[in-house]
Ligand binder design. Structure first.
Ligand SMILES: Nc1ncnc2c1ncn2[C@@H]1O[C@H](COP(=O)(O)OP(=O)(O)OP(=O)(O)O)[C@@H](O)[C@H]1O
Length: 363
């Protein structure tokens, strides 16, 4: 439904995005995530038709809407846009706001579609109210109803929840996801908020350094980040120093003595097999120093462990406590422990590192 291929966007000589390739199937929700200034809005504007394309192409539902030669007018693209500030008309009722984009249809058809969209977002009782009579969350629902009423091929959402408080943001994002999914709408959301991206999206692309550094599921980004930037930007975690080592005999290992597999990462928290892909790609050789990603949920609270770490910080999160721990010289370890393990700053407890996905980067 959306195919963006080798897209480059710039403002004059300022290059914003280069060689970006992403795609969404019918009914999929994608999200473009990235820090301020990375080019999210520019990308959204190019898809909607407000920004020309220097290289590559954007296709919606099999038709090229933008490339270096083509620029389909905005109104012909069959793309609905939900803006950050809702952009509702203050002097129009909810019903008139939603019906506004349907003015080409016969009045009875436009009202029918508008009413259907209003019902979908649960605002049946507010049809004749004006935007100033609605809460922020309700106004956002009106904006969404207005964008989906014409049944667009693609729905674009520009930081749709950023003006709402965090609790409402979380609730609304999962409600809006259900509506979009129920209607089998293809949608692309842009945000700098990863909680929003995780709650809404089937696929997430992270923009950095003018590139989309990874296009994958939230699970992929969190557990198998393609770059050091993504490892750092998505989720919490720390990097610990490691040394790439080889063991000549298998006394040290319970693993079968396969030559390639006897390369390990030695850390102060134990030794981990260097994954196959790092060997085949030649990223590391024996003797290299590197850094390994440790997520707070990789580091377990384990009373019987001989390795004890001291609590230097703690943040209570209800079911869990996120501990910042100090071990030897390393002050920055993070451990997410069930909150019944209630330790105060200065106390020590046993830890055990269990890394399912070993992610390493050269230093
Ligand atoms: N109209 C413009 N003319 C020139 N440069 C622009 C224009 N709009 C944006 N830029 C520049 O392009 C880059 C990308 O901006 P963009 O607004 O797309 O980023 P963003 O990721 O959406 O940021 P934010 O999250 O802060 O909204 C920035 O360096 C910005 O200064």
């Amino acid at each position: 439904m959306l195919d963006i291929t080798n897209l480059s966007l710039s403002y004059g000589k300022q290059n914003v995005l280069q060689n970006l390739t992403i795609s969404l199937s019918q009914g999929e929700i994608g999200c473009i995530l990235g820090p301020s200034g990375c080019g999210k809005t520019t990308l959204l504007r190019a898809i909607a038709g407000f920004k020309s394309v220097q290289e590559g192409s954007i296709s919606v539902n099999g038709t090229i809407v933008s490339d270096a030669q083509t620029e389909m007018p905005v109104a012909k693209r069959r793309i609905g846009v939900v803006f950050q500030d809702f952009a509702l008309f203050p002097h129009m009722t909810v019903l008139k706001n939603v019906a506004y984009g349907l003015s080409k249809l016969a009045k009875s058809d436009s009202l029918k579609l508008a009413e259907q969209a209003i019902e979908l977002v649960g605002l049946n009782d507010s049809k004749s109210k004006y935007p100033h009579e609605l809460s922020g969350g309700q106004q956002q629902r009106v904006a969404i109803a207005r964008a989906i009423a014409p049944k667009p091929d693609l729905l674009l959402l520009d930081e749709p929840f950023s003006s709402l408080d965090p609790e409402l943001r979380e609730r609304l994002s999962s409600e809006i996801r259900s509506i979009i999914k129920q209607q089998n709408i293809t949608a692309l959301l842009i945000t700098h908020d990863q909680t929003e991206a995780f709650a809404m999206a089937d696929k997430i692309g992270v923009l950095h350094d003018h590139q989309c550094q990874q296009w994958g599921t939230a699970y992929d980004l969190y557990h198998e980040p393609a770059t050091e930037f993504i490892a750092d930007f998505v989720g919490e975690g720390v990097f610990i120093p490691v040394t790439v080592v080889a063991y000549e005999n298998d006394e040290e290992s319970t693993i079968e003595p396969i030559e390639e597999k006897r390369i390990w990462l030695e850390t102060q928290l134990g030794r981990f097999l260097l994954p196959e892909e790092y060997l085949t790609s030649g990223t590391f050789k024996v003797g290299d120093k590197a850094k390994m990603l440790v997520r707070p949920d990789d580091l377990r609270h384990q009373d019987e462990s001989v390795m004890k770490a001291r609590v230097v910080g703690r943040s209570f999160r209800g079911a869990h406590i996120l501990y910042r721990l100090s071990l030897n010289e390393n002050d920055g370890l993070l451990c997410l422990a069930p909150s019944h393990h209630d330790h105060q700053i200065g106390e020590s407890f046993g830890i055990h590192l269990e890394v399912e996905h070993v992610i390493c980067f050269p230093i």
